[in-house]
Write a protein that binds this ligand. Structure first.
Ligand code: ZN
Length: 389
């Protein structure tokens, strides 16, 4: 599962100092007039750093504000993400807003989940489906012809801004051809996110999404998209169960997907185990444990068949955003498990290490004794993922 863009320690620089000054000014501002002043300073500085590919200064400023636990951190992160995904483009029809967006899909399969080029006909039908159900009539849409895994999304702010610019240049054709050789390999999970990425443009200041124009509510748009995308995307995801999520601006869509993928993975795992082993969910046991580096990083859930010792499957539930050990995350995991029909759920109290298999790199999962072990499906069951060996 994709984590937020890596925060590498950047060097102190005049550029980073300026970002911090403007973000703190914005955080402490007491009026809309002052907000505008700091926002426009911040935007200009971010724009010039993105243009120069100066990722280091952007990250240095974020790191320093994160260390101070300052509200300015949120302001700066918002400003950077906002600038990366959005721009104004001058056209013969006047200025247009250009926005990078993502249409996330949650999918699971006993076969490896695909990441693949999207054939031109499916790009066309998907683009059509987006224009009819999600975007307003005045909007133009172009799509990258690739179904991305989380590992294959751009890693840095500068790379993401570059993707937005590259896509923008293909608005007239409606399709950007991705070079698959430029993309990373994908870690395989039973359940994971996949993304359709594109750019939408609309006349400056006008509605981009249908819910902005008053034609439909956000829920109605989501419902319609779920319907039409099932048909449009099914050929890309053979032998997969999948749920389409609401297409939104790039960063918020990715965060929506990260959050929804957690309970989705649990539901997928229970459905998979129940059908593969031919048991009902109440024959399964789940062991939930918190895994720590310096602090709580994620929960790992080991699944076993009741009265048997071996952990047969596991799910990682990463902490997101501001979540920490004080959050109600463990309760949320337990509720999700109960809703799938599990009755035997063990919550470990001890701190577990973030351990991985030395051979294949798969995460290890807790058993009932709190030991971190390799999940292995019994021989009779079909092997679902490359993590099993
Ligand atoms: Zn292994």
């Amino acid at each position: 599962m994709k984590k937020s863009p890596s925060s590498r320690r950047g060097r102190a620089s005049r550029e980073a100092d300026a970002l911090i000054e403007f973000a703190e000014g914005l955080a402490q501002s007491g009026s809309r007039a002052e907000d505008h002043f700091w926002e426009s300073r911040l935007e200009r500085e971010i724009e010039s750093l993105l243009k120069n590919g100066d990722e280091g200064s952007l990250n240095a400023a974020l790191d320093r504000l994160a260390d101070r636990e300052s509200r300015a951190y949120e302001e700066l992160a918002d400003a950077i993400e906002g600038r990366v995904e959005h721009a104004l483009a001058a056209t013969s029809d006047g200025d247009r807003d250009v926005l990078l967006f993502a249409a996330p899909v949650l999918a699971w399969s006993r076969m490896p989940l695909p990441t693949r080029p999207i054939p031109a006909a499916i790009v066309k039908s998907t683009r059509q489906a987006l224009m009819e159900s999600v975007f307003t009539a005045a909007a133009d849409v172009t799509l990258a012809n690739y179904l991305f895994s989380p590992d294959q999304l751009p890693e840095t702010f500068c790379d993401t801004a570059e993707l937005r610019q590259t896509l923008t240049q293909t608005l007239s054709e409606g399709l950007f051809k991705v070079d698959p050789a430029s993309l990373k390999e994908t870690a395989q999970f039973l359940a994971d996110q996949r993304y359709i990425i594109g750019v939408v443009s609309a006349p400056r200041g006008e509605a981009i999404f249908r819910w902005q124009s008053g034609d439909a509510s956000r829920e109605q748009v989501a419902e319609r998209w779920v319907q039409v995308s099932q048909e449009a995307l099914a050929p890309l995801l053979p032998a997969c169960a999948f749920e389409s999520m609401l297409p939104r601006a790039y960063y918020v869509a990715c965060r929506d997907a990260d959050r929804s993928a957690r309970p989705f993975s649990i539901r997928a795992s229970v459905a998979f185990l129940a059908t593969t082993l031919g048991v009902t969910p109440n024959a399964l046991v789940a062991v939930i444990g918190g895994c720590y580096n310096r602090q709580l990083e994620e929960y790992r859930i080991g699944f076993a068949v009741a009265e048997e010792e071996e952990v047969i499957h596991g799910v990682v539930w990463p902490l997101l955003g501001a979540e920490d050990e004080m959050s109600d995350v463990a309760e949320e995991i337990e509720t999700t498990l109960r809703d799938t029909g599990l009755q035997r759920i063990l919550m470990l109290r001890q701190r577990l290490p973030m351990e991985y298999c030395d051979d294949c790199g798969a995460p290890l999962y807790p058993n009932e004794d709190g030991e971190m072990v390799h999940a292995e499906l019994p021989e009779v069951a079909e092997q679902p993922s490359q993590h099993l060996h």
